[in-house]
Design a protein around this ligand. Structure first.
Ligand code: C2G
Length: 728
């Protein structure tokens, strides 16, 4: 006998479905059937399904039939005593479904449900969000079973806009009868379905700590979910749907079952009010569209009579009364008062908010200096990369005709020409940012900044991508699950994006959804690789106090998305065994170790004095390329630049499988297309260095092809070409 039928409509994104099925696999599904409705063409799904041992029944529709019809198809074949709906992009956490099933088996209640939480994290990372932001109880004090269940039915704490949801509820099949979802309703079919079966449901139980993760998709451009789709005016559509549901509930209310409907109405009103108060109120204030304001005022006015005023505070009551008194002026005054009060408190509580406030309200209203260019490289950590070389070109060409500002956190760093130096996120930084006609940056600007219309952003980016980037990454393993959205938002503000080769042009367009102007000029940071004189190279060595009788190996690995202390602060485990290396090649070579600029750990290389040198804080890696004879890297973009020198490159890829298949994935086939060997152990690295001449020969042909594809735009004049293109 099947106890439970789990119905999953699957539309797209296999990796989301994997999270969903992985969550189910952790539940006890011995007397359950999983009904997967494949909605649209999915060729490779069978391989994924083979990974699971529970009973999966699939039904395929080659065309996209929509969630409502997919669920109906599931209902038609469901044999379980209970039905459970889960969406294919959502997932369960711990034993949440087991908890519901246990209650169902012991009570046979009509509806048993748990809590839904919205999150952008992948399943593997959900715990961090959950444990970091420990949840407050939904309502203080003890709730009755029915009260708690109604509360869970109505809204997720993090997604107030949802009115009623069938997700994460075990519903007795008998109570559903022949009721189906309305297939003409694209967004709100849950509402009519639930209100239709409500009269048949008498016993409700809400279960604590049974969590269901409602996924906020991480890429709103390519993978929009129904929830994230444009519903037209969000408040209007929400308020209209709310009013419709309310009408149905009111109707039922007067036909009996007072307790049930009163509780439901109160819960709905409570969530609706919360949305009104937090999101809609401020929008109402700031909208410039009086017509819209009039329409929504009217809708809110009707709804305002339904609120249970007992739940509201003194200030909240004032606003609702203003609706009831049809007094839009009074309402606007009240909203203004509370919004401004809240803003002021927030601004004075946090330093960065205060500075941002000054930036927008004061600096951004002053005139722009048309001659001013502001440069920043790697978050103000270094004087380096393409911004450095573009700056030097402009300074040498135009001298004092332009005004220059450098964002540099260590003001002792020497910069030729004495530009104004500001520390990132200092008040002076905001002031100069607001005045500068051009911002030259090599990464993402902070998403809270907004350039003015006449300001121009020249984004040089910082490397030919090997590892997948931005929207092209599958699951995001970093600390920030919303990183994809931030990529899109930030790239929209760029006016020029610099590309070193055709391949990068294509990648950057897709990774950032960028459709602005692309300058395929080569990288300013590589100009020096063509222009440096032997004297300049010797000077770099001398300044670093390196022995002149040894050859130099530069070890420059990248960072790992899943090794972090906090956002942007990464760990690095040095896996290259320097003792072995020193013993084997120490007579002939020294090693420069340079971790990625995200890495926060400090290296202790003191045991290898005279052999290994810490160059992590050295500003410009291009200068390190120039002095080194061999590069060892892994998945870092450094090898694309280094290849301009046509010197040997070794890949120390000890964690290749994980990096390639779990963390990122690559754009090119690292196994066949890179111009050097992939090495897994220190011994292999030693062997490669000892036999470097043979390797050079072995890789000569591949190196030529690689150079042609990735370096052929470079000739030492990229900065000049950028200047010309922008001046034009
Ligand atoms: N870099 C460095 N030292 C390292 C690694 C990187 O100075 N040990 C610098 C190089 O200039 C490199 C740039 O930082 O080109 C970007 O580093 P990647 O390791 O490629 O990693 P990431 O910052 O994630 O950028 O399109 C490029 C990608 O965005 C990768």
């Amino acid at each position: 006998m099947t106890f439970l039928s789990i119905i999953i409509p699957f539309d797209n994104v296999e990796r989301y479905l994997k999270d969903c099925l992985d969550g189910l696999a952790e539940q006890d599904l011995t007397d359950a059937e999983v009904i997967l409705i494949l909605n649209g063409n999915h060729e490779n799904i069978d391989d994924l399904l083979k990974e699971y041992t529970f009973n999966i029944i699939t039904k395929t529709f080659p065309e996209r039939i929509g969630v409502a019809k997919a669920r109906n198809e599931g209902l038609k074949i469901a044999k379980g005593e209970y039905v459970y709906f889960i969406d294919s992009d959502d997932y369960l956490y711990y034993d949440s479904l087991d908890k519901l099933v246990n209650v169902a088996k012991s009570t046979h209640a009509d509806l048993i449900n748990g809590e839904r939480m919205a999150t952008a994290f992948i399943r593997e990372r959900f715990e961090e969000r959950f444990t970091k932001k420990s949840r407050e109880p939904l309502k203080k004090g003890k709730l009755s079973d029915m009260e708690f269940s109604m509360r869970l039915l109505v809204g997720t704490k993090t997604n107030k806009k949802e009115i009623l949801s069938v997700l994460h509820s075990l519903i007795r099949k008998e109570c559903i009868g022949d009721t189906l979802f309305d297939e003409n309703e694209r967004f709100y079919s849950d509402y009519s379905f639930l209100t239709s079966i409500l009269p048949n449901l008498n016993t409700f139980i809400g279960v604590e700590n049974a969590l269901y993760a409602k996924r906020n998709r991480d890429d709103p451009i390519n993978l929009t979910s129904l929830n994230q789709e444009d519903h037209g005016d969000p408040f209007l559509s929400y308020a209209t749907a709310y009013r419709d549901v309310l009408n149905v509930v009111n109707d039922l209310y007067f036909k009996g079952h007072e307790e049930k409907y009163k509780l439901l109405k109160d819960e709905m009103a409570y969530t609706f009010f919360d949305y009104y108060y937090k999101v809609f109120g401020p929008n109402f204030l700031h909208s410039k569209d009086d017509n819209w304001r009039g329409i929504v005022f009217e809708i809110m006015q009707k709804i305002s009579y339904e609120f249970n005023m007992d739940y509201l505070s003194f200030f909240q009551k004032r606003e609702i009364k203003a609706f009831q008194q049809n007094n839009i002026k009074k309402l606007t005054k009240f909203i203004k008062l509370r919004v401004n009060y809240k803003k002021t408190i927030r601004v004075f509580k946090s330093r960065w908010r205060f500075k941002t406030f000054i930036y927008f309200r004061y600096y951004n209203r002053k005139p722009i200096n048309d001659k001013q260019v502001m440069f920043a490289s790697f978050l103000g950590k270094f004087y380096s990369d393409s911004p450095k070389y573009l700056y030097e070109y402009l300074y040498n060409t135009y001298g004092d005709e332009l005004d220059y500002v450098w964002v540099i956190n260590d003001k002792n760093v020497e910069i030729p020409g004495n530009p104004k130096k500001v520390k990132r996120f200092s008040l002076a930084y905001y002031k100069e940012l607001a005045r500068s006609k051009y911002w030259v940056i090599n990464g993402r600007q902070a998403s809270r900044l907004h350039k003015r219309d006449s300001q121009k952003i020249i984004s040089t980016w910082h490397g030919t991508p090997l590892k997948k980037l931005g929207l092209d990454i599958g699951n995001v393993h970093t600390r920030d699950p919303n990183i994809k959205k931030s990529y899109i938002k930030v790239a929209k503000e760029w006016d020029y994006l610099i590309s070193p080769n055709r391949y990068t042009t294509k990648v950057l367009r897709s990774a950032f959804a960028y459709d602005g102007e692309m300058l395929e000029t080569g990288y300013p940071r590589n100009d020096i690789l063509y222009n440096a004189t032997p004297e300049q190279v010797q000077k770099i060595k001398d300044e670093l106090n390196l022995p002149s009788d040894k050859k130099i190996v530069l070890y420059a690995p990248t960072w790992r998305d899943d090794e972090y202390f906090d956002a942007g602060k990464m760990h690095f485990n040095l896996k290259l065994e320097l003792d072995k290396l020193q013993e084997a090649i120490g007579d002939e070579y020294i090693v420069l170790v340079r971790t990625h600029y995200f890495v926060a750990d400090k290296l202790d290389l003191s045991p290898y004095e005279g052999f290994a040198y810490d160059v992590c804080r050295y500003d410009d890696i291009a200068e390190l390329y120039l002095i080194s004879d061999i590069l060892i890297t892994d998945y870092s973009s450094v090898f694309f630049d280094y290849a301009n020198l046509r010197r040997p490159i070794l890949y120390y890829t000890y964690d290749l499988d994980k990096y390639e298949n779990v963390l990122r994935g690559f754009y090119i086939d690292i196994h066949s297309e890179v111009p050097g060997p992939l090495l897994k152990t220190t011994e292999e690295v030693i062997d490669a260095i000892v036999n470097i001449e043979d390797l050079k020969e072995e890789y000569a042909e591949k190196y030529d092809a690689f150079y042609e594809r990735f370096c052929s735009f470079e000739d030492g004049n990229a900065s000049k070409r950028i200047d010309e293109a922008i001046r034009k």
